[in-house]
Design a protein around this ligand. Structure first.
Ligand code: DAH
Length: 340
């Protein structure tokens, strides 16, 4: 025991005197003293030769020695990594900063937001509905029973898993959902993406965006519809824009109309956008058909209302002079960066 105690003291002195400079020297120290075959381990294995009355005292000394050896190692290791950090070059504060790229809303979203803001000013709130719909919400409730020829007006994507499911062909399906909730009056708009099985070209895509509007209350008339849409057009396209209504047909409205605005690209002189007519169609509208009201649980004797649906792509293209609808869904940054 005496011998071992002396050995420990001797090693301690040795460690005190050691100076470690390089990473190699530090590693060498670790292996020699703390490694799995190192001196600390060797001394520990001597434990069994120490008589039991002295073992406790020896254990304490040995432990203290181990901690001493470890502390030295940790100190040097830290110093070394600290000095590595210090060796790194300091940041050059005189360099110009990296340019920070700001993102922006997609032009479709910008147009939609503008439209939403305009209707919000006169009290319309926004509701969204599902893009995967069932036949009833997309067609039947809107007065298009099965085999109704008007279903062919919209080429539908059906979902093969269940023939009752489809990708909504228009946002009019959200009208149905809101009316079914039964909270009246209704003064809401429904923006969203719709899908049609059409051949993709410069003018048509298999998906696009619409904003649908719905106003239902007692004593709502066609005059209310016209005033609401006049207001919208003036806010959206400017006070000088002229408007005209043409009679039309939609199964879910009676009477139905389409609304044109004077072509603001060519000032109605005639161009490709207005196909040389001076007018551009921007929406379909009408008084909600009594069948639709009763399909959705609203009494058509007591309530009436109007609805409209308008395409967002068309308006966006007109406003920015975009000639090909496909660029709106290609996510080409060279195109998108122009809308910041
Ligand atoms: N759902 C029609 C379409 O996609 C647009 C439309 C027309 C919506 C008349 C309406 C409406 O609410 O009253 O072509």
């Amino acid at each position: 025991m005496q011998e071992l105690a002396e050995k420990i003291d001797q090693l301690k002195q040795e460690i005190e005197a050691i100076e470690l400079k390089t990473a190699d020297e530090i590693e060498h120290y670790r292996i020699r003293f703390l490694g799995s075959k190192g001196l600390v381990k060797q001394l520990m294995s001597e434990m069994k030769n120490v008589s039991s009355d002295l073992r406790k005292d020896f254990g304490a000394r040995l432990n203290e020695f181990k901690q001493f050896a470890e502390a030295k190692y940790e100190d040097y290791k830290e110093q070394k990594s600290g000095s590595k950090k210090a060796e790194q070059p300091k940041a050059d504060m005189s360099l110009p900063a990296y340019p920070s790229e700001t993102g922006a809303r997609h032009p479709i979203q910008q147009t939609m937001n503008k439209m939403i803001d305009i209707f919000a000013k006169i009290g319309f709130t926004v509701t969204e509905g599902p893009e995967i719909e069932d036949d009833w919400h997309n067609f039947t409730a809107l007065n298009l029973p099965e085999n109704h020829p008007a279903r062919d007006m919209q080429d539908t994507f059906y979902i093969s898993k269940n023939p009752d499911w489809l990708l909504r062909t228009h946002t009019s399906s959200v009208q149905v959902r809101v009316m079914k909730e039964g909270k009246l009056p209704i003064r809401q708009i429904f923006p969203g993406r719709v899908y049609r099985n059409e051949t993709i070209s410069a003018r048509a895509h298999c998906f696009f965006h619409q904003i649908e509007g719905l106003y239902i209350d007692e004593k709502v008339s066609f005059a209310d519809l016209k005033q609401t849409l006049y207001y919208f057009v003036k806010e959206m396209f400017g006070a000088d824009v002229k408007v005209r209504f043409r009679p039309s047909y939609f199964p879910f409205t009676e009477p139905s109309a389409e609304m044109d605005v004077s072509c603001f690209i060519c000032d109605s002189k005639g161009c490709n956008v207005c196909k040389h007519t001076g007018w551009v169609e921007i929406l379909g509208c009408g008084m909600v058909h009594p069948n639709v009201l009763s399909n959705c649980g609203i009494d058509p004797e007591k309530y009436s209302g109007f609805a409209w649906g308008m395409g967002v792509e068309r308006t966006t293209m007109m406003q920015y002079g975009i000639k090909d609808i496909r660029v709106l869904s290609e996510n080409d940054l060279r195109f998108l960066k122009q809308f910041r």
